[in-house]
Design a protein around this ligand. Structure first.
Ligand code: ADP
Ligand code: MG
Length: 322
């Protein structure tokens, strides 16, 4: 129904923000490029400048110096209102209008854009289905009749309404319980696979960043970029002491969550230990072995034993380059 707009690249080019009356920059000469249709996680301590950096993209914060380009065009050269129409924005407190139904909330931007009633209705249903809220069940509910996780899904649908090529998400799942949070992380990855957008995702949770990010940017106090890398490289080779401390002593374990049983060479024989699907992460496999006191797992492919992986082979990966 709606034609898909191409995802675009985002370039920070020595982007700097000094808030009025402050001496230290909140974001200091930040340079990084986010390729089109990738998810970039901005991670760092509270006050590290993550929200500021993100808001430079949609000009909710104005640059002091340097530039940010979206699809090759400087945000300085674009009208802020126009610019924001191409950028979905999702925050922790979704800010749904309580006196409006779910459908009316999601339809907000299309209505501002003057779409026809019929196009809007079809788009709302499509979006609710996309975020796994069956339209028939949800379109007429009010925000107060939704759980926290459902509200966050509606916020995401609303941000996607006009099919923006860019999505900014500022700790969107921060207030959710761990199970709901994990579900929404999965939903976001599924959605991203279906509808590729360039996503800037702020989180202070390195595990969330490792799970979601194609790349991770770690910001240090004062808005200084400490490292920008793919998750595996970041965990394997922290650029400095700050990053090493931030990613934690158990960064080896975190790297195991990036690998699945299907990625390692199987040992023949399938009589040892619990059976796990080949899609299981090595971290979960290790956890299963420790929980069951077993020194190997049987790897299942389509439900059939395909070989095994031993505890020794997994722990040896912890100490070396994978
Ligand atoms: P983060 O999102 O990583 O927690 P922020 O970007 O919100 O960090 O804040 C970075 C720094 O800028 C902090 O020192 C914060 O106090 C300051 N700051 C944020 N917003 C404003 C503002 N509107 N005016 C002045 N200082 C601000
Ligand atoms: Mg913030």
């Amino acid at each position: 129904m709606t034609e898909r707009r191409q995802a675009v690249e985002i370039d920070f080019d020595r982007a700097t923000k000094v808030y009025p009356g402050r001496r230290q920059p909140a974001v200091d000469a930040l340079s990084l490029s986010i390729p089109a249709a990738e998810i970039c996680c901005l991670v760092g301590p509270s006050g590290g400048g993550k929200t500021t950096a993100m808001r430079l993209v949609n000009r909710l914060v104005e640059l002091t110096s340097g530039d940010v380009r979206v699809g090759g065009r400087s945000v300085r050269s674009l009208d802020p209102v126009e610019l924001r129409r191409g950028i979905g924005y999702v925050i922790q407190q979704v800010g749904l209008f309580p006196h409006m139904t779910v459908a009316e909330n999601v339809a907000m931007v299309p209505r501002l854009l003057g779409w026809s009633r019929r196009t809007i209705a079809a788009r709302v249903d499509e979006l609710l289905d996309l975020v796994d809220l069956p339209a028939a069940d949800y379109r007429s509910r009010y925000a107060t009749q939704l759980s926290g996780g459902e509200r966050q899904r509606v916020g995401l649908a609303r941000a996607l309404a006009a099919d923006p090529p860019v999505l900014l998400m500022d700790e969107p799942f921060g207030a959710l319980d761990p199970i709901t949070r994990a579900r929404l992380q999965r939903a976001l990855l599924d959605l991203h696979a279906q509808v590729p957008k360039t996503i800037v995702f702020v989180t202070h949770d390195i595990d969330e960043a490792v799970l979601l990010g194609d790349r991770i940017a770690i910001l240090q106090e004062g808005g200084v970029l400490a490292q920008y890398d793919e998750p595996d490289a970041l965990l394997a080779r922290p650029a400095n002491e700050f990053v090493a401390r931030f990613v934690g002593a158990d960064r080896g374990l975190r790297r195991l969550s990036l690998r699945r049983l299907a990625d390692v060479e199987l040992e023949p024989g399938a009589d040892g230990g619990p059976g796990l699907d080949e899609g299981t992460t090595l971290r979960d496999a290790l956890s299963a072995m420790l929980a069951e006191g077993s020194d190997s797992v049987t790897v299942l492919r389509d439900g059939e034993p395909a070989g095994s992986v031993s505890l020794v082979s997994i722990t040896s990966l912890l100490g070396e380059e994978m």
